[in-house]
Design a protein around this ligand. Structure first.
Ligand code: A5P
Length: 235
């Protein structure tokens, strides 16, 4: 494991302190969430009664292989804790997600969760969102070039490709990565994006994290309020 993977693993292990004794867990997507799902698999093997709601087909396959019982994809779910990674995190706990094209399902699961814990390594922290990452925007295929024109009022949209073809999300839509530069008002931009017809969901997650666990080389810190040293505080 290299240093970056070790930090992701450390953040994932730290998130275990925020889990209830048993219950429903939202399972994120990406390389950091992968470590978390592995840890949950271990707990299930030890007899802990967890059920999961995965946010992508990739996480579903991993959870199934580990024997984690899963709830039906239709919902409705009452999720105790959602744990997921992020591509960029600002000091006010706004996030950019969707580097793995899973942000729509992630936002649905995030919204259905009582507590939201984000796990990252130090490389994900920015002063202002958009400094290093574009904002992924999931768009339905019908009229996507017109939707892209509308997006160009807010940044420079680039259609995400997989080889020669546009990348498809698990739901069959396309992704535009919207290059904005540093974002002055992430809450406003998230709202504006949601108003464009054809946009399914953006990867801006504002006001959607209760705690962010940040792992560096040898150290772990937690950003956010509402949590005790160990376990969940009442929200
Ligand atoms: C998936 O679409 C994303 O939102 C991921 O959660 C995000 O890209 C973080 O992924 P890594 O943990 O692989 O950096």
């Amino acid at each position: 494991m290299n240093d970056s993977e070790r930090a992701k693993r450390r953040a994932a292990e730290e998130a275990l302190r925020y889990l209830p004794e048993s219950g429903v867990l939202g399972l994120g997507t990406g390389s950091t969430s992968r470590h978390f799902i592995d840890c949950v698999g271990e707990l299930v093997k030890q007899g802990r009664d967890f059920r999961g709601v995965p946010t992508s087909e990739q996480s579903r396959a991993q959870a199934e292989a580990l024997g984690i019982p899963l709830l039906a994809p239709e919902g409705p779910w009452k999720i105790d804790v959602y744990v997921d990674g992020a591509d960029e995190v600002s000091a006010d706990l706004c996030l950019i997600k969707g580097g793995g094209a899973a942000h729509t399902r992630e936002k649905i699961v995030n919204h259905a969760s009582r507590h939201r814990v984000i796990i990252v390594d130090e490389s994900k922290i920015s002063v202002r969102l958009g400094e290093r990452w574009p904002v992924p925007v999931e768009v339905i295929e019908f009229g996507h070039l017109s939707t892209a024109q509308a997006l160009s009022g807010l940044g420079r949209p680039v259609l995400r490709m997989k080889g020669e073809l546009p990348l498809r999300t698990d739901t069959g839509n396309v992704i535009y990565d919207l290059h904005t530069g540093p974002i002055a008002d992430p809450f406003g931009l998230e709202r504006e994006l949601s108003l464009i017809p054809g946009v399914v969901e953006s990867g801006l997650f504002c006001g959607r994290a209760d705690a962010v666990i940040v792992a560096g080389s040898g150290s772990v810190r937690v950003l956010g309020v509402g949590y005790g040293e160990v376990g969940l505080a009442a929200k």
